[in-house]
Design a protein around this ligand. Sequence first.
Ligand SMILES: Cc1cc2nc3c(=O)[nH]c(=O)nc-3n(C[C@H](O)[C@H](O)[C@H](O)COP(=O)(O)O)c2cc1C
Length: 360
Amino acid sequence: MRPVEELNIGRGFVLKNRSLLAAMTNKQSNEDGTVSRAEMDWLVRRAKGGFAITTTAAANVTEQGRGWSGEIGVWGDHQILGLQEMATKLNRFDTISIVQLFHGGMRAPRELNGVQPISASVNTERGMAGEHTRAMTTPEIEGMIQSFTAAALRCQTAGFDGVELHGAHSYLISQFLGTKTNRRTDKWGGNLHARSRFLREIIKSIRAATKDKFLIVVRISPIIESAGINLEDSLQLAQLLCQTDIDMLHISCWDVFDNIDDGNPESLTRRFRNVMPANFPLISTGSVWDAKDAQWLMDEGADIVGVGRVAIAHPDWPKGLHDIDYQPTRPPFTEKHLRNVGLSPVFVDYMKRWKNFVAK
Ligand SMILES: Cc1cc2nc3c(=O)[nH]c(=O)nc-3n(C[C@H](O)[C@H](O)[C@H](O)COP(=O)(O)O)c2cc1C
């Protein structure tokens, strides 16, 4: 298999190649959560560049679930119009358009949302100024499942092809998954089956509410020590999720070439592939830069290669994959280059927080 080959993922969707633009927060949305022109331009430029799947930045499903300012919102009907324009523009370039849905949970600070953060249990986080979260009540959990569902329906109404549930990076869904962040003794906590109930109920509810031709992707982190998420559980979770009605599983590895120090030389991607049904679409993301990296990841068992940073600097990255010797230039990038590839000053500024990405 090669990264330029098509893939039929069911529900009437065929990927034109194996590239996916991973969700990337860019701080460009308006204060009311509506999509800005700059945000639209940046994403549409990547769709034009040939990505088979284009994912939006993490978008919050309730008004008080914001993790940072400048975040896209999918919590209100006033946001549908902008989303509609975005989806229409993306779909014109024959990309599969996906909105990443999330809630910050313990990472939704009071200073931004004006309320005490919520989580699976009483937790705290760096940046919360010593404050603790409130453990969600069962009615609140059920309400949150409805908020995810309503958000997915807004995405459907706007014309997106599907949603990615952000179950990675210590946001609310992964706070439910982790043993350290979820210490509940009711049906939402306990063993992995119970800790994943919140995620599985969201999937069930979205699937029941949306049309047949609507994709549900789940993104997870294989390991988050601070949340109590270990690889063994994540592999089991992958198996559980493959039995639900999702269409693709996305593992966020940060560095797909990294070896876990446990005596097993297999890559993270290979380990997930080993436990998943052979034909279940697996997306893997993290530190892929050139065409050889992409081919390596596919040889490890990924069906779809996700990229983040390389696509910021090289919007036409998928087109390069036709040549196995394609080696896009590496960071640091000048501000001028980043402006030329469709980043607004706000996004360029944000990228200065990522070590060595923007030239000084
Ligand atoms: C600027 C930036 C913003 C990001 N925002 C998100 C996000 O909103 N949701 C998410 O799941 N991951 C986010 N990530 C992680 C990326 O999706 C990706 O997994 C990570 O950058 C590793 O891939 P890469 O090495 O190809 O960049 C972000 C990464 C970057 C660089």
